[in-house]
Ligand binder design. Structure first.
Ligand SMILES: Nc1ncnc2c1ncn2[C@@H]1O[C@H](COP(=O)(O)OP(=O)(O)OP(=O)(O)O)[C@@H](O)[C@H]1O
Ligand SMILES: [Mg+2]
Length: 237
């Protein structure tokens, strides 16, 4: 479904991604592990065309998307829940969600309502708080709003950049449960960047380990969870 091959990305003169390869198959949850500054968020931004690869290709559903504007990539069915959940703090929950559907504004209001109902079904708390300003939600509620907003685009591939950052374990479990439901019930493929490696490896089908801009390991998530080097560096036992 998604394939990065030989991707090289720079910020100014500094090379961040060094011939990166990555694949997400239809229906899979793939997790991307790696230390701070290894280039995980840059990988997400490269997929979405927020930064441009200098070399290499990004293909989505068999077609090249590198070089396309971000809106065009999003409207093909990829949406991103960015690091640090950039919701609109001064807008209400409802406004955040309807903004999330902006690429489809020509559609009938009934469809918008259907999508709202669907995400409210996944996140009942957001329905209760529809008129509350995004900035006044708790951290966990803001993360739910960020995921819900991304789902309003009806993505076929959801990119999640550290959804558990700064959240209490119970909320993290809730968010992982919802990600699993979105994947299993709606068939949305997921690329997940996570520091919480043990939970991510339990959720994912396939995993990649990245260091300083390149993949150093990949395989079934269960295999990486058993790997000694991964355990020492990321699982802490
Ligand atoms: N806009 C930018 N301009 C210049 N350098 C950048 C920019 N964004 C990121 N970098 C640098 O690129 C490198 C990789 O950053 P990136 O955000 O991809 O790491 P990451 O793996 O997501 O790390 P973390 O786990 O801390 O979020 C870092 O050294 C960072 O300082
Ligand atoms: Mg990051």
């Amino acid at each position: 479904m998604l394939r990065l091959a030989g991707v090289v990305t720079y910020y100014g003169p500094i090379q961040i991604l060094k011939s990166l390869d990555l694949e997400v198959r239809q229906g899979e949850i793939v997790c991307l592990l790696g230390g701070n500054a290894s280039g995980k968020s840059t990988t997400m931004k490269t997929i979405l065309g927020i930064v441009r690869p200098r070399q290499g290709t990004v293909e989505f559903e068999g077609q090249r998307i590198d070089g396309l504007p971000t809106e065009a990539i999003v409207s093909r069915g990829i949406s991103l829940v960015p690091e640090a959940r950039r919701i609109f703090g001064r807008m209400t929950v409802w406004e955040n969600l309807t903004m999330g559907a902006y690429t489809r504004r020509r559609e009938a209001p009934a469809e918008l309502q259907q999508d709202l109902d669907r995400v409210y079904g996944l996140f009942p708390r957001l329905r209760e708080r529809a008129d509350q300003k995004g900035g006044t939600l708790s951290g966990g509620e803001q993360q739910m709003l960020a995921v819900a907003r991304a789902l309003m685009l009806r993505p076929r591939l959801l990119l999640l950049d550290e959804p558990s950052l700064g959240l209490a374990p119970l909320v993290v479990r809730e968010i992982f449960r919802i990600v699993r439901a979105i994947n299993k019930e709606a068939g949305v493929s997921v690329l997940l960047v996570e520091q919480n490696a043990s939970m991510a490896l339990r959720l994912a089908d396939h995993a990649y380990l990245m260091e300083t801009g390149t993949m150093v390991m990949s395989g079934p998530a269960a295999d990486l969870a058993r790997n000694d080097a991964v355990r020492r560096a990321y699982l802490g036992y």
